[in-house]
Design a protein around this ligand. Structure first.
Ligand SMILES: [Zn+2]
Length: 665
């Protein structure tokens, strides 16, 4: 105590540092793996040495591992869940993932996936294992004490499943191996305890640490992976230092050695026909792309397209293939172009490498890499942005899928806007000009904000569907896939844009950067984000979390009436919804001038800074218990041509019709 008085400056320094860097203990892993792949049988064996450090204050008496690929077996949880969801129709369609459907049920023994741990030892002592399909429980002979590091050795055997979901062999583009979730992976233990989440559909949550991975495979195969290749000059394939003479391998196989620091997963992919291109983008950072053009596989895809999709390519498969090739050829240029914007807006990308790898069944994010079908800018920007909202933040995706997919979708929109120089609404307006009779577009423009219009649209549809469930629902436990995706992707993005409405767009941008600086590599949850936002803005936001995240309550404000009283024009607004919000109300006058009237909501205990250049009048707070509020202007009633609540359309009001009143005198 006395030291604090003696060194007040030092004390202050410590306090500020502590406040800027919230501490949350993290478990730590160091994986060393050697695997040998047999490309004829699609089976591989591996040895794994894992140094596990228990940084928690708890004594661990058992451990849990993920064995994801056991999901790709008939009657697995993934299979069952998919078929159950397939029996319910949402918007006239079976609610299962079109990639999974009932395909797992029909897998033959040589097509299934499996991961079998043969034995496991802790500090050299054999341990007992209990298998729960995709989760392996290890009952320890002696506990792992707080602050202890133990060595876990295991041997495993696996079969690469036919491509069903995320990983597998021989995907639709003809890529031989998409190797994600391919090794026994320790489950995360955090302040909530163990997270042994069975693999049903989604999502991933892992322990940060370092990976050394050696992969021995047929020497004709080119590999792409999370991490840095350590023996590039022995392997070649475009990885070697330019001008190096790569030694000719006399054996049938070669061993690829990768190392990846500070990641929570490791992905790889392999194909003998991959084209490998790379591009240095800034000091010590290189982008890579790996793809192949299989006219056979792509023609098959084209033939499966709907008539409308085929029309987009002039009903000619060759145009589709040419377009597909061009996307891959330009992917690194496009990615390089947006990196400075991403760094500036969301925080600096910290790794020295990022790879766009053709593989998988859509777009799926991994540390330092993504598996993609095609390389269109939308999916490319989306998956890369996951480097921020999954790979660096590492929120538990089962609990907070929206903080991952939603924020990534939010960021994707802004990166896309930066790339094309055009907002979503601008795109809608242009489309409307080309097609003035499109009522849906015209209608959408009356309620979408300048950016993230698609997300707002999807959120409103979700509300209308009656299928909405709170964002706090476990990602696997939503009643419908429909509700999951619209909640995670769309409502999550709306959360972030609407936060900008509440605290101001500039402040929201500051919050995003603070969030990055304070919480990357620490698995933040929603409370952590809210606290960052509250500290930066000086506005209380617990109510925002409570209403928008924990419940499905919706917002509905409206303009009720306007009248003149003693030379003052009064406007009454009403709250007809279940969720309170602060209100921006804009008045437009005959002479074209505008006034902004701002009413903070009482639970905020603060107000946002003015956002536009126009004149703003700030009112006393609107108590959320009060169904109406009256604002006033000194301008004449007959001078007003329009009154509009939230002209920015960032507040997700489910009924915007009564937000806007046009007056004709
Ligand atoms: Zn995503």
């Amino acid at each position: 105590m006395s030291r604090l008085f003696l060194f007040p400056t030092l004390c202050l320094f410590i306090i500020t540092t502590a406040a800027a860097q919230p501490s949350r203990w993290q478990q730590h892993v160091k994986y060393s793996m050697d695997v040998t792949m047999d490309v004829a049988s699609n089976k591989f064996t591996g040895k794994q040495k894992l140094l596990y450090t228990n940084n928690s204050p708890d004594t661990l008496t058992r451990l849990f591992y993920h064995l994801y690929w056991n999901a790709f077996q008939p009657n697995s949880m993934m299979d069952n869940r998919s078929r159950v969801l397939g029996q319910q129709l949402v918007n006239g369609r079976p609610d299962w993932d079109g990639r999974v459907r009932d395909r797992i049920l029909h897998l033959q023994p040589d097509e299934i996936g499996y991961q079998q741990v043969k034995w496991i030892k802790m500090n050299g002592v054999a341990q007992t294992m209990k298998q729960h399909e995709t989760i392996l429980e290890v009952v320890l002979t002696s506990p792992v004490l707080p602050k202890a590091t133990v060595t876990l050795d295991l041997e495993f055997a696996a079969q690469v499943p036919v491509q069903i979901r995320r990983s597998g062999r021989d995907n639709a583009e003809g890529v031989r191996y998409s190797m994600s979730q391919w090794y026994p992976k320790l489950c995360e233990y955090d302040y909530e305890g163990w997270h042994p989440t069975p693999y049903v559909a989604r999502e991933f949550y892992g322990v940060w640490g370092d990976y050394d991975v050696n992969i021995t495979i047929d020497k004709k195969y080119l590999l792409a992976a999370t991490g840095y290749l350590q023996n590039a000059n022995q392997v070649g394939f475009g990885y070697e230092t330019p001008g190096t003479k790569v030694p000719h391998s006399t054996g049938k196989t070669i061993t690829w050695k990768f190392t990846a620091p500070n990641v929570h997963d490791f992905v790889w992919a392999a194909d003998p026909d991959y084209i490998h291109i790379s591009k240095p983008v800034r000091d010590g950072m290189v982008l890579h792309a790996f793809y192949k053009i299989s006219p056979e596989a792509l023609t098959k895809q084209f033939e499966a397209f709907s008539a409308k999709q085929q029309q987009q390519y002039g009903n000619n498969a060759k145009n589709f293939i040419d377009n597909y090739r061009e996307e891959w050829e330009t992917v690194l240029e496009n990615a390089a172009k947006v990196l400075p914007f991403m760094d500036k807006t969301f925080g600096k990308y910290p790794y020295k490498q990022y790879s766009f790898i053709q593989g998988g069944d859509g777009g799926m994010e991994y540390p330092m890499a993504t598996l993609l079908k095609g390389a269109g800018t939308g999916v490319v920007f989306h998956e890369w942005m996951h480097s921020w909202y999954q790979m660096m933040m590492g929120t538990n995706e089962s609990e907070y899928a929206w903080m991952d997919e939603g924020f990534t979708s939010y960021a994707e929109d802004l990166v896309t806007r930066n790339f094309y120089g055009k907002s979503t609404a601008e795109g809608y307006r242009e489309a409307l000009q080309r097609n003035p009779s499109d009522k849906n577009l015209a209608q959408a423009l009356t309620f979408i904000p300048e950016d993230h219009g698609d997300s707002y649209n999807a959120y409103f549809s979700l509300v209308k569907s009656g299928l909405e469930e709170p964002l706090t629902t476990h990602a696997d436990h939503f009643n419908t896939n429909y509700a999951y995706s619209n909640a995670a992707y769309a409502k999550g993005a709306v959360f972030m844009e609407q936060l900008g409405y509440i605290v101001g767009a500039d402040m929201r941008n500051t919050i995003l950067l603070d969030y990055y600086h304070q919480w990357r590599f620490k698995h933040p949850n929603v409370n952590d984000l809210i606290q960052v936002a509250e500290k930066a803005s000086g506005i209380k936001l617990d109510w925002y979390r409570e209403y928008f995240v924990q419940t499905t309550k919706t917002i509905d404000y409206g303009i009720d009436s306007l009248w003149e009283e003693g030379g003052i024009t009064k406007i009454r607004m009403v709250n007809k919804g279940k969720m309170p919000m602060p209100i921006d109300l804009e008045l437009t006058f005959k002479d074209g001038s505008k006034e902004m009237h701002y009413v903070p909501m009482n639970l905020m205990f603060g107000s946002k800074a003015p956002e536009g250049a126009q004149q703003r009048k700030v009112y006393n707070e609107w108590n959320w218990t009060n169904p109406s509020y009256v604002i006033e202007t000194s301008r004449k009633l007959t001078d007003i041509t329009m009154a509009e609540i939230d002209p920015s359309h960032r507040m997700a009001d489910i009924n915007r019709k009564d937000n806007r009143l046009e007056l004709k005198w």
